[in-house]
Write a protein that binds this ligand. Structure first.
Ligand SMILES: [Zn+2]
Length: 140
């Protein structure tokens, strides 16, 4: 579990693809901070870059004055935030439909795998991802 969400970041640290935090896994202080970050997200909060991503494109479309294209230029290389936005959209729908909060970590891991496989057009990984996310289809 978490192989799709906790990425080596160097010098013994990891970066969490869910909340964006870079942390030292053995640090008690980091563990507490990380748990707090996830607590907020489990309840429906969004990571900072996802919020900024949504606002940028929302305002860009709402004004319809070229802002969408300007924002696209800024965000086009940040595929990680785009993937995170998609995963959180799935989480938001599942949360609305009553998914148990305890499923958050495994749900995130499975849906990051699903989004990665979909974007990479990796059929073998996509097959594994479909099996992994199947248990939550009743919340979709
Ligand atoms: Zn995290």
């Amino acid at each position: 579990m978490n192989e799709n969400t906790q990425i080596p970041y160097g010098a013994g640290s990891l970066q969490c693809r869910i909340c964006e935090l870079v942390y030292i896994p053995d640090s008690q202080e980091d563990q507490e901070r990380h748990e707090h970050e996830h607590r907020v997200l489990i309840c429906g909060g969004l990571p900072l870059k996802v919020r900024e991503f949504l606002k940028a494109f929302g305002w860009g479309v709402a004004f319809n004055d070229g802002g969408f294209e300007r924002h696209k230029e800024h965000w086009i290389k940040d595929t990680e935030t785009a993937k995170r936005a998609v995963v959180f959209a799935f989480w938001g729908r599942a949360l609305t439909n009553g998914i148990p909060e305890n499923d958050f970590e495994s749900f995130m891991d499975a849906f990051f795998m699903f989004v990665d496989a979909t974007v990479a057009r990796d059929e073998a990984k996509l097959d594994r991802a479909h099996k992994a996310i199947k248990r939550w289809e009743k919340y979709g």
